[in-house]
Design a protein around this ligand. Structure first.
Ligand SMILES: [Zn+2]
Length: 396
């Protein structure tokens, strides 16, 4: 069950929540005849095809109001919903010629404001902007007055965009979800798209610098950094597996589970063994997380936590310890023919964190013995601190 770093932090819960609410919006746009949709439309006085027109996305109360308002929660959520509701035009009866983004990268109204201002077909849908002559579609744009020469140049330009286009008579206009291969909405791809947008490449570089904090011995920090930049050598970096024979593909299977093809993200995240390890660590912290698509996304999400101070350092070092341990296990399997003992891996991560923690200037407040014997008590240690914080707040 994929979960997004949910329980951690209000921001993540919110995005998860948004992804589930948005699913309703998706169904609203796809299910033309559904009873529930008719009820919603009648309660809120909505246009059933209004999903194509942003100004119609308004409901006055209740759950549907929350659904309509998720794009106001956060600019990245707004961007995901905008990019995610991509129009696939069919017969053009639901799509506003001027105001929907159905061709190119901006709406025709934004691209040609002057032409829009002199159009007498401002509210028309695509299908009403032309006629069929036999099997040929002929555009018939109409203007308030004769156009000036320079306006005709604009018409020429807009023709470049639309002239190759022909509506599909038999097909309804619909939305496609570009973030998923199937073109259908999934909450997982909503969340992933959100994080992709939130951490642009520039931010990534900034975030990746978070690696160098001296929380782990330098060689481990270097290793993590190389993994994040995908500079470690996995077989799939070297070989183009699409061109390989079955025999070659068999060798490429994951060295842990022997099932899937080995990719960086499979090895570190999606392999059932690695995933168990992450889950074990999150359980120890009494938190949950969702498996992101890529290791760098996982890193960004992990480091974007709400923990502060000592707790935060511990939380971050767990990431380094886990990723580097998986890498070492992988090397042991490949080069030393060992088989990893998965049952005690969580303990190995804690040992690693304990050893590294003892070397910090601000020391781990436990002996290594205590740490290893009572690592589960870390949770109560966390709770103790939380209780203290709450009490302080009550007193002040
Ligand atoms: Zn695997």
């Amino acid at each position: 069950m994929p979960k997004m770093m949910g329980g951690l932090y209000v921001g993540d819960l919110q995005i998860k929540n948004a992804s589930m609410l948005f699913k309703w919006w998706w169904h609203f746009s796809m299910e033309h005849e559904a009873l529930w949709k008719r009820i919603i439309c009648s309660i809120h006085d909505l246009n059933p095809d209004g999903v194509f027109k942003s100004e119609d996305k308004v409901a006055k109360f209740g759950l549907w109001k929350s659904i309509c308002s998720i794009s106001t929660w956060d600019i990245h959520i707004a961007e995901v919903t905008k990019q995610g509701m991509k129009i696939q035009i069919g017969n053009g009866t639901k799509i506003s010629f001027w105001e929907n983004l159905w061709i190119g990268h901006i709406t025709l109204k934004e691209g040609f404001p002057r032409l829009f201002s002199v159009s007498i077909q401002k509210n028309k849908c695509v299908a009403d902007m032309g006629v069929w002559q036999g099997d040929n579609w002929v555009w018939q744009l109409q203007w308030k007055r004769r156009l000036f020469q320079w306006e005709l140049l604009l018409v020429d330009q807009s023709n470049l965009l639309i002239e190759g286009f022909t509506p599909l008579r038999e097909k309804d206009d619909c939305h496609i979800w570009p973030f998923d291969k199937t073109r259908c909405y999934t909450t997982k791809t909503f969340v992933n798209a959100f994080y992709k947008l939130k951490y642009t490449d520039l931010d990534r570089k900034h975030w990746f610098n978070q690696v160098w904090k001296g929380l782990a011995p330098p060689r481990y920090e270097i290793l993590l950094w190389a993994i994040l930049w995908k500079r470690v050598n996995t077989k799939n970096r070297v070989l183009k597996w699409k061109e390989m024979s079955w025999e070659e593909l068999r060798i490429l299977r994951c060295i842990f589970c022997r099932e899937e093809l080995k990719t960086l993200s499979h090895l570190f995240l999606h392999c059932k063994f690695s995933w168990q390890l992450w889950t074990g660590i999150c359980d120890a912290w009494d938190t949950t997380w969702v498996c992101p698509l890529e290791v760098d996304d996982a890193f960004l999400m992990w480091y974007d936590s709400h923990f502060v101070g000592f707790e935060r350092r511990l939380w971050e070092v767990f990431f380094i310890a886990t990723v580097t341990l998986i890498w070492e296990l992988r090397n042991e399997v490949i080069f030393e023919n060992k088989s990893p003992n998965w049952t005690c891996l969580v303990d190995q991560v804690f040992l690693r964190v304990g050893l590294w923690g003892k070397a910090w200037k601000k020391n781990l407040p436990y002996t290594l013995e205590e740490w290893l014997n009572n690592w589960k008590a870390m949770r109560s240690w966390k709770e103790k601190r939380l209780v203290q914080r709450t009490t302080l707040r009550l007193e002040s």
